[in-house]
Design a protein around this ligand. Sequence first.
Ligand code: BGC
Length: 517
Amino acid sequence: MAGGSIVTQVGGKEYPGNFTLFVAMACLVASSGGLIFGYDIGISGGVTSMDSFLSEFFPSVYRKAKEDVSTNQYCKFDSQLLTLFTSSLYVAALASSFAASSLTRTSGRKWSMFMGGITFLIGAVINGLAVNVFMLILGRILLGVGVGFANQSVPLYLSEMAPAKLRGMLNIGFQLMITIGILAANLINYVMSKYDWGWRVSLGLAGVPAFIITIGSLCLPDTPNSLIERGHSEQAKEILAKVRGTKDIQDEFNDLTTACEDSKLIKSQWKDMLEPRCRPPLVVTILIPFFQQLTGINVIMFYAPVLFKTIGFGDDASLMSAVITGVINVLATVVSIVVVDKYGRRVLFLEGGVQMLICQIAVGVLIGNAFGTSGVGELSKTYSMVVVGCICAYVATFAWSWGPLGWLVPSEIFPLEIRSAGQTVNVAVNMFFTFIIGQVFLTMLCHMKFGLFFFFGGWVLIMTIFIFLFVPETKNVPIEEMVLVWKNHWFWRKYISESDIHVENVEMTKKSHVKTP
Ligand code: BGC
C-alpha cells in the first residue's frame, strides 16, 4: 500500500509521554477555538431562512421565496447578496490567516488564539445589534478575522502539545468543538426562529464561545516548540515535563532544540516553503483543504434548512432536520477521536471516501427521481425520510474522516520553521474554497440540479485516489521527525536529501515490506 506501512518504524524510538491532566486541560481550552468557527458555520444557514431576518435585510429574496411556491424547487433561493452575507466571513478569514502566520511564529500560538477570540467577540456584538446590511457584513468580516486567527493557531497548538501517540485524538478536539458549535447554533436557531427578533439572539450569542477562547487563551502556556523557537529553552523544558508528566524528556527536548536550530537559519518562512524538501507537505496541505471543501459538506452545513425546504419540508421541519444532522456530526466525530491514533489517518480517509461516494450517488438518484430536471414534484413522507437518512449517513462519514483529518494532517506534517506558514496555507485554501462553495452553491443547484450531488461525488473519488497514492500514514510519528515519513514514501522520497534530516539519535529502520503501488 502506498506509503502506508512504514511509519510506525520511523525514528526507531519512542518518546515517553502520558495522558496528563495538564495536557488534557490545555488542549480542552485551546480546542474551544473551534467553537467560534462551528457556531458561525451553523448560524448563518438558519438565520438566512428566518422570515423576519429575510424581510428586514433581504426583502427581494423574501418576496421571491414567498411567491415562488409552485415553481422550480432547485432555484428558489438563488440570491447573490444572501450568499455574500454567508461567504464574506471566509474571505476575511483567508486574509487574516496571513497576519496570524507571523504572530503565531514570532509571539507564540497563544496570542493568535487570543486575537481570534477578541475580534470574534466584537464582530458578534456588531451583528447582534445590526440595523442594516452594512453592519451585518462588517460584523461578519470581524468574525472572519477571528476565525482566521483561531484556525491558524489552534490546530498547531494542539499538535505540538500532544504526545505523538495521542496527537490525533487531542487535535480532533478542535473538530469536535467545531461540530458542537454547529449543533449549538442549529439548536439556537430552531428556538429563535419562532420569534421576530430571534435572529438577533442567534447572531449575538456568538459572543459566548468568543468569550471562552479569549479568556481561555490568556490562561494557557505556550507550546514547548514555540517557546524554544523564541529562545525560552528553560521554560520550554519545564512545560514539556509538565505536559508529558515525566522528567524523562531529554530525547524529545533534543529533537525540539535541533528543529529550532534549523528554524533560526531561515530568513523567510514563505521562501523556504518553496524548497524541494517542503514540496511534499506543501502539496498535501494545498490539496487536503481543497478536497475537504469539494466533498460538498458545507452545502449541508450552510444550507441544510434551505436544502430541506427545497426537498419539501416545511419551515420548522427543515430546521429540525438540520438539528438532526448537527447531532450526528458531533457523535460521529467522537468515532474518529477514538480510532485515529489506533488505525491511523489513511484508514479513515479511505473508508470515508468510499462511504461518502455511495451516499452522494444515492442522494443524487433519489432527488433526480423525484424532481427530474424540471425541479417540480413532491416527496412523500417516507421518501423524504430516506433522503434525510442518506444525508445523515454522509454527514457522519465526513465527521469521522475528512472533517477532523482536514485540520489534523496539515498541522502535523511541516517542519517547525515553516509550520506556522504551512497552517496558513491550510486555512487560506480551506477558506477560499468554503467561500466559493458558499457563493456558488445555490446557483449551481439551480443549474446542475440533482447532478450537483454527482459532481461532488466525482471529486470524492479523485480525493480518495489521491490519499491512497500520495498521503503517507502519520499516526504516532513524533512531530519533529515527520521528515522521515516523506523520506520513506515511494513518491515523495526524491524531494528529501540526507542533509535535510536533522533528527537526533535516529536509526531509520525501513522495513523490507515497504511497497510502492
Ligand atoms: C470544515 C468545515 C465544515 C465542518 C463541518 C470542518 O472540518 O472545515 O468547512 O463545515 O467541518 O463539521
